[in-house]
Design a protein around this ligand. Structure first.
Ligand code: ADP
Length: 514
């Protein structure tokens, strides 16, 4: 199609989709409000609701109402009956799957089998896999569970007989925001959340799939969990840290008790509607274009930006680029709202460094679920970095500026392990930032203080050296800047849930040829 025509249709789409969003959103709120309405009014509203939902589906097939609201997650291990867990997830999904004429089977030979898992987290894993299986299957979905002969691990499988995934795509689907299929209701982050949860459980996920035959996702998990078992006998004494004032550690937005969300849209009604939807959870600030938004960002500690694409003066992409280019703001999650549907625009949007791209019209519930997913994913990455000995610091970076910042700070710390001057002030000076700037940035990226970061980097380096199996534990202890092996062992255990010796022997065990 001629470029000018594409531009024209895009503009029309933009004009149509914004008001459509403003029908669907407020309607959702009215229907959910606990107020008594005359039956005839409620019936009419239900008709509007059904048809606007249909319209929504036809416009971009983007919605996925099943994304559960997700809060920050800390794993809580307990002994759980796996059959009961799978049964309850399957019961929840049966109406959804059968609605499309498919069947859902559960095969679990040992109904009494239990394992140490985080119930909520594994429920989330199975739910995400089932959501995908239901979306892509032909007419059959099977969930099954089996215990390995040695009893150390068990496997949960979710299989479908649908469109399948090519070998090339199988390598990419666990990456955040990857979507093999366009035009399906999707965010592309479900599987990356699944993988993060499985990794946190010290498990692994595998996919076997043939195009047009179906896919089998297998989640292999340990039946016992070292961290859960060792938690009881952790040393009571906390490692001594230089005193850090609370004021310096707490990001400013915590003063009001709520994180700060900035909403940027040139449509006043949209701006008001979105902000009223988020005031429960966030302190909402508003701006009508990119230039105004930059002023707001300069004066406030923003936790999240939701921004329209097309705006006068400075559009959403330009704003996103500016936010990403500045190290003081580059970490802020950025969600771009747009009416554009053509692939080139989508790629341009992703290239500017936005974390998520949501097409109008969207439901507020969907936007909320995307935000929660995004924040949870960041949270999981931080936990993975913190708990898993060999996961590097820059794994928590979400963009190149943060990646450079983290790589550099990691290098400065490593180069100065044996330097007694390795303090927060020294680190700030080396990084060319203020002490408070360093606190905020490290806190927001890693959710720890710079002192804690120095400690974690020491321990990570120790883990890497242990894995190399070239030095004795005591030598490594001094190499990474600890003064006593007993304190080193204590800190290592506290951080990674196992003693240095245990970690080293596990690594050697893994290295052994089979
Ligand atoms: P989403 O489904 O929201 O796009 P996911 O991270 O869950 O995000 O999945 C990423 C991509 O992997 C999907 O867009 C889809 O292309 C592919 N995929 C996942 N599960 C299946 C499946 N069971 N069958 C076919 N393709 C799948």
């Amino acid at each position: 199609m001629h470029e000018a025509k594409i531009q024209f249709f895009t503009m029309i789409a933009h004009e149509i989709r914004t008001p459509v969003s403003l029908i669907i959103g407020p309607l959702e709120k009215v229907l959910k409000a606990q107020v008594a309405l005359p039956e005839s009014v409620r019936n009419d509203l239900n008709v509007i609701d059904r048809n606007s939902q249909r319209l929504l589906f036809l416009v971009n097939q983007l919605l996925d109402f099943r994304k559960v609201e997700q809060q920050g997650m800390k794993l809580k291990y307990s002994e759980q009956n796996i059959y009961q867990l799978l049964k309850s997830v399957c019961e929840r999904f049966t109406p959804f799957i059968t609605q499309y004429g498919a069947t859902l089977k559960l095969e679990c030979p040992d109904e009494g089998f239990t394992a140490m898992i985080d119930y909520e987290a594994i429920t989330k894993v199975v739910s995400n896999l089932l959501t995908n299986a239901s979306k892509y299957t032909k007419d059959e979905v099977t969930v099954s569970c089996s215990l390995a002969p040695d009893g150390h691990t068990f496997t949960i499988r979710v299989a479908d007989n649908g469109i399948g995934i090519s070998k090339e795509e199988q390598k990419k689907i666990f990456n955040p925001f990857y979507q093999a299929m366009e035009n399906k209701p999707a965010t592309g982050i479900g599987l990356s959340i699944v993988k993060s949860i499985v990794d946190l459980h010290n498990g692994r996920i595998e996919v076997q799939s043939e195009v047009n035959e179906g896919s089998v996702f297998s989640v292999i998990l340990p039946t016992e969990h070292a961290e859960a078992a060792s938690r009881q006998d952790r040393p009571a004494e906390e490692p001594k840290e230089p005193a850090v004032s609370e004021e310096e550690v707490q990001p400013k937005e915590q003063a009001s008790g709520k994180p700060v969300m900035l909403i940027v849209d040139d449509n006043r009604e949209m701006l008001d509607f979105l902000s009223s939807s988020f005031t429960d959870k966030y302190t909402v600030l508003k701006a009508e274009d990119g230039v105004e938004a930059q002023e707001v960002i300069g004066k406030n500690d923003i936790s999240l930006i939701v921004c329209d694409w097309m705006m006068p003066r400075m559009n959403g992409i330009e704003l996103c680029r500016a936010v990403r280019a500045n190290w003081a703001t580059s970490h802020i999650p950025f969600i771009l709202l747009t009416a554009r549907t053509d692939t080139n625009s989508k790629v341009a949007g992703m290239d500017c460094g936005a974390d998520a791209y949501i097409e109008k019209p969207f439901s507020v519930q969907y936007l909320m679920a995307c935000i929660d997913n995004l924040l949870e994913l960041r949270n999981l990455l931080r936990q993975k970095f913190s708990k898993m000995p060999l996961v590097p610091l820059n794994s928590i970076a979400n963009n190149t500026v943060d990646n450079e910042f983290l790589t550099r700070i990691n290098a400065v710390i490593e180069e100065n392990f044996s330097n007694p001057e390795l303090t927060v002030d020294f680190l700030a000076e080396q990084m060319g930032v203020s002490r408070s700037g360093l606190f905020s940035k490290v806190k927001v990226l890693a959710n720890i203080t710079p002192n804690e970061l120095i400690q974690v980097i020491r321990l990570k380096k120790a883990a890497a050296l242990l894995a190399e199996n070239k030095y004795r534990i005591n030598e490594i202890c001094y190499m990474v800047g600890f003064n006593t092996p007993s304190y080193f062992a204590k800190c290592f255990q506290k951080q990674f849930g196992m003693k240095p010796g245990e970690f080293a022997s596990r690594k050697q065990e893994e290295e052994k040829p089979v």
